[in-house]
Design a protein around this ligand. Structure first.
Ligand SMILES: *[C@@H]1O[C@H](CO)[C@@H](O)[C@H](O)[C@H]1NC(C)=O
Ligand SMILES: *[C@@H]1O[C@H](CO)[C@@H](O)[C@H](O)[C@H]1NC(C)=O
Ligand SMILES: *[C@@H]1O[C@H](CO)[C@@H](O)[C@H](O)[C@H]1NC(C)=O
Ligand SMILES: *[C@@H]1O[C@H](CO)[C@@H](O)[C@H](O)[C@H]1NC(C)=O
Ligand SMILES: *[C@@H]1O[C@H](CO)[C@@H](O)[C@H](O)[C@H]1NC(C)=O
Ligand SMILES: *[C@@H]1O[C@H](CO)[C@@H](O)[C@H](O)[C@H]1NC(C)=O
Ligand SMILES: *[C@@H]1O[C@H](CO)[C@@H](O)[C@H](O)[C@H]1NC(C)=O
Ligand SMILES: *[C@@H]1O[C@H](CO)[C@@H](O)[C@H](O)[C@H]1NC(C)=O
Ligand SMILES: *[C@@H]1O[C@H](CO)[C@@H](O)[C@H](O)[C@H]1NC(C)=O
Ligand SMILES: *[C@@H]1O[C@H](CO)[C@@H](O)[C@H](O)[C@H]1NC(C)=O
Ligand SMILES: *[C@@H]1O[C@H](CO)[C@@H](O)[C@H](O)[C@H]1NC(C)=O
Ligand SMILES: *[C@@H]1O[C@H](CO)[C@@H](O)[C@H](O)[C@H]1NC(C)=O
Length: 427
């Protein structure tokens, strides 16, 4: 064919006279390094390259033409003069595709790429577009780039890892992923990032930070942990989610006013909704029935509705700065034995001024505050009637009724252990 022989001729021309035959050109071994376009031209006659290819050095722009498959990996690394790169014939890379430390690279085009094991795009401060047509990938890691969108991944349906961090111009991502078998992480990208994973049905872990809007319309299960930390999200509605296998965390989201998890029934680990300063009404967990760890709800809320809560395996810590909050429904729950952990703390903001110093010092660590509260013996004098109890105030603290008062100190430390475990899970 005319086309093929042209390729062949080009390939042969670009190869030095003493070069070996084409098949051996295509077998590049554990590591071949290309530092000039001429090195890449040697592979123009290869449909498949066998081995690991690294491109580095003083190339201005570069292309890997004609190669359709790399049975190995492709790494483009520390090519500080490289402005553009294209490999638009490649359909499959069995190993990793790494683009790393390419300071002036503005565009990378892999227009036919359908399959890859991992993609790592790291420290690409000038890149604005990454084109691909990816259908299959195990791991996607994009960090410290100038990408404004990651459309190259829009048809992917399942991955192990999807980790997008520190891409300060990335303000939106719309994904068609259905499953994430290890972790989905999105953090420290563009300030007002809007993300939508509306086809996602389950993910092992999900962690979001610095996001402005998040949508997970189909999400049913988070097998391990889910965390929303330090976002500018105002409202979160994850209506299909029924189960989180380990820790569920919503912490330090300063603009959050509404949380809706109407179908969330079971959280296998700790349940932590804390320090969301604008969150006044916490009524989005009406179906929450079991919590496998400790339950911690702190902040500035006036209303907390956990009306389906039947079982908490760990302790409980409810603290609000608002005085307009009654502890009595929670105390009832604890008195019924629904909160099985040994530590129970419920504080509202109407603490008398003599408590201020202990409140202030408790800010240094939530674990400390729990220990303090749990080892104090102040008991609330509120009546048992919840309807007339809205004036209940102060710090209330007691150990589980089945235990003697002498057991208070040890339980406090086991609760501290639970908090430490949660803190670790947050990292
Ligand atoms: C390419 O590198 C990977 C690990 O980096 C290695 O496992 C593999 O054997 C290499 N491929 C070849 C053909 O040497
Ligand atoms: C990157 O390339 C420059 C020259 O272009 C070289 O001096 C430097 O050592 C390389 N860095 C690494 C980590 O390979
Ligand atoms: C994801 O979940 C697993 C448990 O399945 C856990 O061991 C791992 O640390 C979690 N990873 C992240 C990044 O949260
Ligand atoms: C929450 O989202 C679901 C669909 O995802 C929608 O049907 C429902 O109306 C939303 N609830 C609110 C209060 O916005
Ligand atoms: C996560 O949960 C879903 C739904 O229960 C299940 O189909 C999937 O296999 C689980 N994934 C992992 C990694 O455990
Ligand atoms: C939230 O972000 C700020 C600034 O980026 C940081 O200082 C703070 O530690 C973060 N808080 C949490 C809980 O991650
Ligand atoms: C709630 O979750 C259950 C599974 O626990 C599911 O059968 C049901 O359809 C869900 N309901 C809604 C309204 O999402
Ligand atoms: C509450 O949970 C049950 C399953 O335990 C489910 O059938 C029901 O649909 C849930 N309610 C809502 C409002 O999603
Ligand atoms: C708590 O809410 C009140 C009233 O809405 C507000 O004035 C106050 O600043 C909030 N405190 C904190 C620490 O967010
Ligand atoms: C205090 O709570 C009551 C009933 O829960 C509510 O009607 C009222 O608006 C709240 N006041 C403030 C200042 O939040
Ligand atoms: C809430 O904020 C306080 C004070 O900033 C901090 O001590 C505490 O650890 C935070 N709680 C959580 C669960 O992040
Ligand atoms: C708290 O309640 C006690 C008795 O229940 C009452 O004497 C006291 O005045 C109340 N303090 C505040 C600040 O509401």
């Amino acid at each position: 064919m005319q086309f093929k022989s042209t390729i062949l001729a080009t390939a042969l021309l670009s190869v030095s006279a003493s070069a070996a035959s084409i098949p051996s050109q295509c077998s590049i071994g554990t590591s071949a390094t290309a530092t000039a376009q001429a090195d890449l031209d040697k592979y123009a006659g290869c449909e498949t390259l066998y081995g690991n290819l690294t491109i580095t050095g003083e190339l201005g722009s570069a292309a890997l033409a004609n190669v359709q498959k790399i049975d190995g990996s492709l790494k483009i690394f520390n090519a500080t003069s490289l402005g553009t790169f294209s490999a638009d014939s490649i359909e499959s890379i069995t190993g990793a595709l790494d683009l790393q430390s390419l300071t002036i690279l503005t565009s990378a085009s892999f227009g036919s790429l359908k399959e890859v094991d991992s993609i790592n795009l790291v420290t690409l401060p000038a890149i604005t577009t990454f084109a691909s047509n990816l259908e299959t990938a195990n791991n996607i890691y994009i960090s410290d780039t100038s990408l404004e969108s990651v459309d190259g991944f829009s048809v992917l349906q399942s991955v192990n890892v999807f980790n997008i961090n520190n891409n300060r111009y990335l303000t939106s991502i719309k994904s068609s992923l259905k499953t994430v078998s290890d972790s989905l992480q999105f953090d420290s990208n563009g300030d007002d990032a809007i993300i939508s994973f509306d086809n996602l049905i389950w993910a092992n872990n999900i962690t979001l930070r610095d996001v402005n809007q998040a949508s997970f319309a189909s999400l049913q299960t988070v097998n391990a942990s889910m965390g929303f930390i330090n976002n500018s999200i105002e409202s979160l509605n994850i209506s299909q989610l029924s189960k989180v296998g380990q820790t569920f965390t919503v912490v330090s989201n300063d603009e959050l006013t509404k949380l809706q998890f109407p179908n969330l029934t079971a959280v296998g680990g700790g349940f932590v909704v804390a320090n969301n300063t604008a969150l006044k009404t916490i009524d989005g967990f009406k179906n929450l029935s079991t919590v496998g760890g400790a339950i911690i709800v702190t902040g500035n809320f006036t209303e907390l509705d956990l009306s389906s809560l039947k079982s908490v395996r760990g302790g409980a810590d409810f603290e609000t700065k608002s005085g307009n909050f009654s502890c009595s429904p929670l105390k009832k729950l604890q008195q019924k034995g629904s909160i099985q952990g040994d530590s129970f703390v419920c504080k509202n903001g109407a603490v008398s001024s003599s408590k201020v110093s202990s409140k202030t010092s408790s800010h240094s660590s939530s674990a400390t505050s729990v220990v303090r509260a749990a080892s104090s013996t102040i008991s609330s004098s509120s009546s048992d009637s919840s309807s007339t109890d809205s004036s209940s105030n102060g710090t209330s603290s007691s150990s589980s009724s089945s235990r003697g008062a002498g057991a208070q100190f040890a339980p406090a430390s086991s609760f501290m252990g639970a908090i430490a475990a949660i803190a670790v899970a947050l990292l």
